[in-house]
Design a protein around this ligand. Structure first.
Ligand SMILES: Cc1cc2nc3c(=O)[nH]c(=O)nc-3n(C[C@H](O)[C@H](O)[C@H](O)COP(=O)(O)OP(=O)(O)OC[C@H]3O[C@@H](n4cnc5c(N)ncnc54)[C@H](O)[C@@H]3O)c2cc1C
Length: 406
């Protein structure tokens, strides 16, 4: 009896162990399969991306969406036709930080016609846009660029027909209406950049649009005694910063100075004498132009130079709401580039403030693609809002220091 019961007990133990082992194995298998399934599911999650505006920021947004691997389909609305867009006259200058960022994203600057100078890359806007458009045609994700298509109320209705999660990025520039049409709050704030500035533009009709490096000069002072303005020895330290930029056909000159109330600054802010400003710009240009350029004569400046007649306060406009989620249609709306923020002053490196927001775009796309709960959707919105706040605060605090004063 004792022997039998011991045998029974050991058999029970054995069965128990077997059952336990099988249970553990099944659990492990289930956990493994679940993880595998989740991974596959996460890897396959995608969104449809619609971009409004085919300017540098719009096409770069589409490029980043494509590179994220999360876009099932990309549609770009551009109101200009392809030829007009690619014939854009102005040049783009990327500073070294932006060059590094874009290189990491896959932009091959060695294959873009342009010039490198002081770690900056300068090219024609059309050349840059064409490079990105070529990239789209080589991709196997469907990227549809709808040229000559103005985004309007009717286009908003078209968006309702798109199935699944949607991201719409408004990149229609500083006068764009897309953000408003898409439901973002219209309110925007203006921040003083604690500086004054003035800008002049010269068109050299005989020249071709050849990318030209920017030139900066600092600590300039002007003698305005001929205009009746009082000059003092210790006037306005550290003086004006000057930048000559643009391509060889469209030349721009910008002058900026940190806010101060010296007699010269006061005079340039209050005396409306066009000849005074014209003389300053003309003399600055002739002194600091690139070597091969022709000097400006007085009559040329009189007939071909447009300029601010006096110093104005430099401000940054910031759209207050740049990102939102609309639950009923599972749509995220985002404003980027000059549709989100812009200076009232050309620094020449304007593309850099404009593309700063894009530095968080890839992560944002990843977050919204995977977001399933309200919390994860809020986290994605919060992440983008915080980055935008950071960009604005940084531009207000340091923007002009980086672009004009150093
Ligand atoms: C005269 C001039 C000189 C410049 N010089 C320099 C320079 O020297 N260096 C430099 O780095 N940058 C320069 N810039 C660049 C510029 O200042 C911006 O930084 C840059 O163009 C901003 O890009 P964006 O894509 O946000 O806007 P934008 O370039 O304005 O692009 C917006 C696009 O949206 C399209 N659009 C608008 N509304 C709609 C709609 N409803 N539907 C469909 N499409 C729409 C427009 O046609 C446009 O193509 C210059 C710009 C100008 C105009």
């Amino acid at each position: 009896m004792t022997c039998n019961s011991t045998m029974m007990e050991s058999m029970n133990d054995y069965q128990l162990q077997q059952t336990l082992l099988i249970t553990v194995l099944l659990l492990a298998l289930f956990a493994g399969w679940k993880t595998f399934y989740e991974r596959i599911k996460r890897a396959l999650c995608q969104v449809t991306v619609v971009v409004v505006g085919g300017g540098p920021v719009g096409l770069l947004s589409a490029f980043l969406a494509l590179k994220s691997g999360r876009a099932a389909k990309i549609v770009i609305f551009e109101e200009k036709d392809r030829k007009t867009l690619l014939n854009g006259q102005y040049q783009l200058t990327f500073d070294s930080q932006r060059v590094d960022f874009l290189k990491k994203c896959g932009i091959d600057f060695d294959n873009i016609e342009g010039c490198c100078h002081d770690n900056c890359f300068t090219t024609k806007v059309g050349v840059f846009l064409e490079y990105i458009l070529d990239h789209f045609s080589a991709s196997n994700v469907c990227v549809k660029t709808r040229f000559s298509s103005k985004f309007d109320k009717e286009s908003c209705k078209e968006l309702d027909e798109i199935q699944g999660r949607l991201l719409v990025i408004a990149c229609d520039g500083r006068n764009g209406q897309a953000s408003r049409l898409l439901g973002l709050d219209e309110f925007s704030e203006q921040h003083s950049c604690n500086a004054y500035g003035a800008i002049a533009a010269i068109e050299r009709t005989e020249a071709r649009d050849v990318p030209t490096p920017e030139k900066r000069v600092h600590n300039l002072t002007f003698d305005l005694s001929a205009y009746g303005a009082y000059n003092s020895e210790n006037d306005c330290f550290p003086g004006f910063s000057l930048k000559v930029f643009g391509n060889s056909k469209h030349r721009f000159i910008s002058l900026a100075i940190s806010k101060c109330e010296s007699p010269v600054v006061k005079a340039l802010r209050t005396i409306l004498d066009r000849s005074m400003m014209r003389n300053i710009f003309m003399k600055c240009f002739n002194l600091y132009k690139t070597g091969y350029e022709q000097s400006l004569s007085e009559s040329y400046a009189l007939n071909h130079m447009k300029f601010s007649p006096r110093l104005f306060e430099i401000k940054l406009s910031q759209r207050c709401e740049t990102v939102a989620y609309f639950h009923d249609c599972d749509t995220f709306v985002l404003a980027e580039g000059e549709a989100a923020l812009s200076f009232n002053f050309h620094t020449g490196l304007d593309i850099n403030p404009a593309i700063r927001g894009l530095m968080s775009l890839s992560k944002f796309i990843e977050m919204i693609t995977l977001a399933e709960t309200e919390l994860s959707i809020s986290n994605a919105l919060l992440f983008k809002m915080k980055h935008y706040e950071f960009v604005c605060k940084d531009l207000i605090r340091n923007g002009l220091r980086e672009y004009m004063f150093s």
